[in-house]
Structure formats: C-alpha cells, structure tokens
Design a protein around this ligand. Structure first.
Ligand code: PEP
Ligand code: MN
Length: 337
C-alpha cells in the first residue's frame, strides 16, 4: 500500500506518519523524489483501510494498494527514474552507458589492450569475468583472484570503472575495489547471494535468468533492495526459447516493460542473447530504440582465440564501428553517451 503525500510536508510530520505504522508492525519505504514523496507499507495490509488513512491524515494526497509483489523496485512506490552512478558515469534516464570488455580476463596484456581500445571507442565501464560460471566443469573457469588483479590493474591504467561477476558470497570481500558486482543469469535466484549483495554499498548488475520471468527478475531485485542497496541495474540478456539458431532469444519487450513497472535502469546484453557476433550490432541498436539505458557488450582483441565466448565477441574494430553508429542514434534518442 502506498500513500502519496501532499507537497511541502515537513520531515517531522512524515516521520510521525511513518512511526505510527512501524509501531503497528509494518515496515515502510520512504521515497522522496523531486515531485512526489511516497510512503509504502510492507506487511499484511489487508486490514488497513486506505480511505480512513487518507481522511484522517491531512498530509496525505491519496493512497492505493500495490497489487504487485515487488514494492521497493516498483515505479508506483518510486515514481522517478533511478540513476545509478559509478564514479562519474551515470546509468539511467538521459544517459546511455556502454560496458565493454572480454567475457573473461585471460592475461594482463589482453585485458589492458582491450580496456584501452574500448575506452578510446567510447565505453565508459569495462567488463571482465574472473570467476566464470561454465556449463562444463572441464571448461576454463576464469583466472580467479589472479584475474581480478589483472582487471584491477587495467582499471588503474585506464581509470575505467569495472564490473565483474560474483559466484558466491564468500567472494564479496575480494571485490572491494570492483565498482559494480554482476549477478549472472545462473545466480539470479540465488537468494542468499542476493541478500548478501544487498548489504554491499556498491551497484549491483542483476542479469535475468535463462528461464526467468520479468516478475521473477523484479523480485530478485527486490531481494537486493530490501537489504538496503538501492543501486540495482537490471539486465536483459536473452531467455531460453525453442529457437536454436541463436544462443538465447533477446526479449526486447522486457525492456519497455521493466521500465514501466520499475524505476531501475535497464541495460541489455546482446552478446549473450545472440551468441553470434553478427547479431550483436543489430540487437544493440534495437535495445537503444526500445529505451534501454545502456549495453553490456563482449569485445575481444582476438575473438577467434578467446578462452570463452569468442563466437559472440566483437573484435575491437567492430566495437569501435558500433560505437560510432550508436552515438549518432543516441543524439536522435536524446541520450548522452
Ligand atoms: C557473462 O556476462 O559473462 C555471463 C556469464 O553472462 P550470463 O550470466 O548472462 O550468462
Ligand atoms: Mn560471456
């Protein structure tokens, strides 16, 4: 249940209003935007009479029930768009952020060469997996802590913020200098992990699971936000369908839908969606056209020799060309890149 407050209500009166509900056993979310202040009640609100609350509290403009199971991520609770800031990079309304880099960190030279090149092309955040979730236990599992050092060295050399995937909560202390923690598709419903990253004070990039609904993605974001971390970026990366010619099927409708249902920024990973290099640029453009707030793209200095996901990785020239094209489109879409 949400109560939208009248403009210019003093903080004391808001606190008193909230306190009354909390002493009745509810938890609350207070969202103070530039236009609206919204108080959301969490708990069993079946017996709360909305009209009575509105009539007896003159600070309340109106109240309504939130029928969706997700609250903190819900646009009704937080009407204004959330912008996640990473260093001086913004992901969210009005900005279009491109995260680029290899699927996996393979060597210090490799990650540094890629980082410098994608930065020159206009990427503002670098990716590189070091703990890799692989289908086969015999496949390359990532360079682990050694890879992390290489990734952080590339961060230092370029100044680019970095995102890397976490596999389990024991890795949280290792990721202190990482700017964004990625929860991969396979861990989207690892609820213990979601709760732990919810206690972190850094942005979380939450990828949609291979076979998860949009509502399930939002509920996973809710896990993170309910622990106090409001910096969540949602990522559509393709879902599994009957189609076999692509690695996954990019669910383009998820992007505007997520943006309608939630205030969180939404980015798209066309690389894992397609699994095929030649589809990455067209899908990236489509993502921008349907309102994505950014992209995460796999780019490699030598895709044919990549230890992971080479077939879907752009080479550095292809990435540069795509960025030139995207910048033109961003102007048309009114987004800053
Ligand atoms: C990745 O980004 O390298 C990755 C493993 O992605 P996903 O979790 O979407 O498969
Ligand atoms: Mn990959």
């Amino acid at each position: 249940m949400v109560f939208v407050l009248k403009p210019n209500v003093t903080r004391d009166r808001i606190d008193a209003f909230i306190h009354k509900f909390e002493s009745d056993g509810f938890s609350t979310i207070l969202s103070t935007g530039t236009e609206h202040t919204v108080v959301c009640l969490i708990g069993n609100t079946a017996k709360v009479d909305v009209d009575h609350i509105v009539q007896t509290n003159d600070i309340v403009e109106y109240g309504k029930r939130v029928t969706e199971p997700y609250k903190a991520v819900n646009r009704i609770v937080h009407p204004e768009n959330t912008t996640v800031k990473v260093g001086n990079v913004s992901i969210g309304e009005g900005y279009f952020a491109v995260i680029a880099g290899p699927c996996s960190v393979e060597s210090e030279e490799q990650i540094l060469e890629i980082a410098k090149s994608v930065q020159l092309s206009g990427a503002t955040i670098m990716r590189g997996g070091v703990f890799k979730p692989r289908t086969s236990p015999y496949a390359f599992q990532g360079l682990q802590e050694e890879g992390l050092k290489m990734l952080l060295a590339a961060k230092k050399a370029t100044g680019l913020p970095v995102v890397t995937e976490i596999m389990n909560q024991t890795q949280i202390p290792l990721l202190d200098e990482v700017d964004i923690i990625q929860i991969g598709a396979r861990n989207m419903q690892n609820f213990d992990l979601l709760k732990e990253v919810g206690k972190c004070k850094k942005p979380i990039l939450l990828k949609r699971g291979l076979a998860n609904t949009i509502e399930e993605l939002l509920m996973s974001a809710e896990y993170i936000m309910s622990e106090g971390n409001e910096q969540v970026i949602l990522c559509e990366r393709g879902i599994r369908t009957f189609e076999t010619m692509t690695r996954n099927t990019l669910d383009l409708s998820a992007i505007p839908l997520l943006k309608q249902k939630s205030h969180l920024p939404v980015i798209v990973d066309p690389s894992h969606a397609a699994g095929i290099r030649s589809l990455v640029a067209p899908l990236a453009k489509a993502a921008m056209a349907v309102g994505a707030d950014g992209l995460m793209i796999e780019a490699h200095n030598d895709p044919s020799r990549a230890l992971c996901d080479g077939a879907q990785s752009l080479d550095l020239k292809q990435f540069e060309e795509l960025m030139v094209d995207l910048r033109k489109r961003a102007m048309f879409e009114g987004k800053r890149m």
